[in-house]
Design a protein around this ligand. Structure first.
Ligand code: HSE
Length: 426
């Protein structure tokens, strides 16, 4: 029987899940694929953790060089996270002729050009399904199944932590800070939540996914990014009254005018399939010119869902003789011919603090109209304190720059109204 040796770098949540799947399903894979997948080595500083998982003491490597020189290891699984030492270890594995499976979105987003160059040079596979949206098979879907399409749009909820926080804020009306604290105590959010709540994690993933979808390099620096830390629960409530759900969206669009890639909070119509993606679940809604709309949905994180993506890559690697690399010129920077758009088109939710006096609404709409912005819906809500009211407007589609200018003008001319929230409606 064919034997494939695996080394796992890091036995944290994802590494442990991968180890568990590989060892518990070993006989099943022998039956189904006729291949014996054996974990030959792990690289883990915490020996007690490795031993408690059932790793034999002699299989715990002391360093990366030991794994590179182990001729029994065919595939190296990198699940350490962060750029270094993961990058050096992955390059060492590829240069030793071993294929690599990684879940590391930051590493892959920033350095896939270097990793892919080493993989090609050494005729090795480089697999990264687990780097984006955990157990949801979006990468292979883009790389294989959707190749027949020109993909025009990809809208995703691709960060579970922020989706959990926004769902809970919406369910109980509590502040961002309170829900974050709860999420941290339950282990859903990291002690340092910056990467998730400021949108970095989603931006790394969008950079990877949009490069694949649009067949051109989309560097991280081209992804516009806004997190969820400034979201006021009252906007979520007003949004609900208008039939919207607040989500942190990753949006990639490709048209004849250019490409736009952005991560930011947005209102989604409650009838859209993405509006039903709650808690820590993830989804990617892709539109292709042949297939139309499809949505991939599932768990974007966690030991077993992410382990599922990794083991899928291991099996694919072991059962394919030729490896696929990028369909585009994978360089550090974008192709100079790629045009990136920043003056995004969108409808907007605007919340203004105003005095409840005759003529205020007309003054607001006249500034909006001066900047070409037409209002689609208006509601007025009494504030808890004082004589003011909240005026909530939904605009028709307009350009980002028009909205920025109108908001600046209202806030500068002051007195009659102050714009306190501006949220895109997708
Ligand atoms: N921290 C990520 C999330 C999971 O909350 O979705 C790994 O990418």
């Amino acid at each position: 029987m064919k034997k494939v040796g695996i080394a796992i770098l890091g036995l944290g949540v994802v590494g442990s899940g991968t180890y568990k799947i590989l060892t518990e399903h070993r006989d099943f894979y022998k039956q189904v694929h006729g291949i014996d997948f054996k974990v030959e080595n792990v690289l883990e500083r915490n020996r007690a953790r490795a031993l408690s998982l059932g790793v034999a003491a002699e299989n715990i490597a002391s360093n990366m060089a030991e794994i590179c020189s182990n001729s029994e290891v065919d595939i190296v699984v990198e699940v350490m996270g962060g750029v270094e030492p993961a990058k050096s270890f992955v390059l060492a594995a590829l240069n030793a002729g071993k294929s690599v499976v990684t879940s590391n979105k930051e590493l892959f987003c920033k350095y896939s050009h270097e990793l892919e160059k080493a993989a090609k040079k050494n005729n090795c596979g480089l697999f990264f399904e687990a780097s984006c949206v955990g157990g949801v098979p979006v990468i292979r879907t883009l790389l294989d199944n959707l190749q027949g399409n020109k993909i025009t749009s990809m809208i995703g909820i691709i960060n579970g932590t922020t989706n959990y926080i926004l769902t809970k804020m919406s369910d109980c009306g509590a502040s961002y800070e309170k829900i974050l604290e709860e999420a941290q105590s339950l282990g859903y959010a990291e002690a340092d939540p910056t990467a998730d709540v400021e949108g970095f994690d989603a931006a790394y993933k969008l950079s990877i996914l949009s490069s694949l979808a649009f067949h051109t390099k989309i560097p991280f620096s081209k992804v516009y990014r806004e997190g969820i830390t400034a979201i006021d629960p009252c906007d979520i409530e007003y949004g609900k009254k208008l039939g919207y759900v607040m989500k942190l969206l990753a949006v990639g669009k490709n048209s004849d005018s250019g490409i736009e890639v952005r991560v930011h909070p947005a209102f989604v119509n409650s009838s859209h399939p993405l509006a039903a993606v709650n808690d820590s679940f993830n989804a990617v809604y892709v539109t292709g010119d042949s297939v139309g709309d499809i949505m991939l949905y599932g768990r974007g994180a966690g030991a077993l869902p992410t382990g599922s993506a990794i083991v899928g890559d291991i099996i694919y690697c072991a059962t394919h003789d030729n490896f696929n690399y990028s369909t585009f010129n994978n360089t550090a920077d974008a192709d100079p011919a790629t045009k990136f758009l920043t003056n995004y088109e969108s409808a907007y939710y605007l919340r203004l603090d105003v005095d409840d006096k005759a003529g205020v609404l007309s003054k607001v709409t006249s500034v909006l109209s001066k900047h070409g912005i037409s209002v689609a819906r208006v509601i007025q809500e009494k504030q808890n304190e004082g004589s003011g009211v909240s005026l909530i407007l939904i605009t028709h589609c307009t350009h980002e720059k028009n909205t920025d200018k109108a908001v600046q003008e209202i806030n500068k001319n002051g007195g009659f109204a102050k714009v306190v929230s501006v949220i895109r409606v997708v």
